[in-house]
Ligand binder design. Sequence first.
Ligand code: ADP
Ligand code: ZN
Ligand code: ZN
Length: 679
Amino acid sequence: MTQDHSRYILHVAVPRPLRTLLSYTCADESAPKPGSRVLIPLGKQHAVGLVIRVETAPPEDADSRFTLKPVEAILDTTPLPDAHLLELLQWGARYYHHPVGEVIFSALPVALRKPKPLSSRLQKLLGRYEAPSLAPVERNHLQLTDEQQQCLHSIEQWNLQAPLRPILLHGITGSGKTEIYLRLIAPLFAAGKQVLVIVPEIGLTPQLLLRFAHFFGDTPMACLHSALSDGERMKAWLQARSGEARIIIGTRSAIFTPAPNLALIVIDEEHDASLKQQEGFRYHARDLAIKRAQMLNIPIIMGTATPSLESLYNADTARFHYVRLNQRPGTTRKPDLQIQDTRPFELQAGLTPHSLQAIRTTLARGEQVMVFLNRRGFAPALYCPSCGWQASCQHCSVKMTWHARRNKLVCHHCGAEQATPLRCPQCQNPQLTTQGQGTERLELALQTHFPAAVVVRIDRDSTSRKGELEAKLATVRSNDPLILVGTQMLAKGHDFPNLTLVIILDIDQSLLSTDYRALERLGQLLIQVAGRAGRADKAGKVILQTSQPDHPMLHQLVGHGYTPFARQLLEDRKRWHFPPFGYQALIRASSTASMEKALQFLEQISQLLIVTDGADIQRLGPIPALLEKRANRYRAQLLLGSQHRAALHAALLQLLNPSVKLPGRSGIRWSVDVDPIDF
Ligand code: ADP
Ligand code: ZN
Ligand code: ZN
């Protein structure tokens, strides 16, 4: 009998922009398992690939023996992603129309993307499976309120029903949602199971970790987020993979963490835009989490004070179970929300006389104030009053922000920096002026206005050095009276018991935006920020400063609260067949040459779609993107919409079919974004 050199055929994903798997032969005694890496020849190179499927080659299949190349080496004996995760990754690649190898390899720790076997030390960690049973730790837990108890009870009942449905926990800020997560996790934890907790921002993780550590004692936890070193990430990943880490907490990419004993997924702040990856493989961690839970038939709970319209709609249509927490333990007082018309006043430090007075009285009571402005830097514009010149970025179609302390002009879109000119580059006028305000200017103005007060600014600029954020947060937690100047970073997760006044500046732009998601996001932000005011037994007050005090949606939000506001927005979405009443995909293209080129490319794509789709796809555009030029690229977009998800996906599939001849694209970069949230 002749020795068969093609005993197996391996279908392999490679980290290249390919939409198909590549096939190789393997003549080893035993084939590698799906999920293992192999070393493969790829063109003239060697590359790493991940085995997706293994077939036994029929002996008579002479063809494959001659056309397929053999793999060069098998790198793993234990699969890296387990079978479920591998299935999820492939589903993600199909759903988001992204090359499967890129999806899979971007989900692996960097060390595993290399064409090298694991060290024997790591290999050992990978192989360990036995889940040590722990003696449950007895702790002094909080006594759940009646409302929390009922909420927990409903969730537990639902989780016994088949089929399982995702649970939307809509609880106001501070209503004790985290406490619910902890109680759901406890029995699973005791049973040796694993739980995956996804949080939107790393800033929130330390506090949450402390809560978990306090509740569960010395629980083996793995924490995965973007600030980890490669080594730390690898270690956390392996601990999750082996089943040792019982609780896995991380930001969006943690959804790809292997966990052989996964029994529950928690998504905290399910509405948060940072759960959507905006580059490369553009996935939504919440939506993938729902899929993962469904594949494993395990419960998933999504908590938020401000549900996304998608989730609210899913609750309305009974696709999700819906449960509410309306009270804050220990207090019944909700913050008092007021709209302040800025138009009749000459603003000082950007604040109306009423706001300034409110700050004064709050500080006098020994309490804390937060002034929220979602714009970093000193001033968003530097201009010449004599000729009208403006400092704008050379690489983007935006003005540069002046950062006074560093005396630099900074582009907030591409990061370009430039020295502040001493005189106008156009007319040599030495008296340049600034316009508008950022947090740096606000901090200075507040300090000038309240010389005796402590002013603490927390934004990305003031906390970039290690330890700075912690130090500033510690100052605020001392509960001494002070004024906190904050951005997005402070919108959620932080609990400041002595903070009783929140003033929100500059929301006009969002109120007037043409982006159909802008109002939803503004509503969520306002409610989240307002949620910072008043904890424990102190009533909170929130002042919204705006030049659009009569905006009907603002009245809806302030007068009736988030849910009626969101339902009203849903009505509008329904009328326009926008998500969740229709499905969208955004095709983006950019060119270094000109806007014309980018638009032309998309016009051709659009024509192709007419030919392939039929009547079910609506096309909006192509139009220039909101930010027309960024980092030297002219950006355009084509929005596709359909009332039928399948039709939209079929059209995309057609378009991305390797046999379709795409228009010439020299210098063009383009991408597909399924369920886009950012325009
Ligand atoms: P959320 O996650 O909804 O914002 P948390 O779970 O963080 O709310 O709870 C807010 C605060 O209320 C925390 O300081 C928490 O310790 C406290 N808390 C939660 N549940 C209770 C309870 N049953 N009794 C007393 N305090 C509670
Ligand atoms: Zn000038
Ligand atoms: Zn720029």
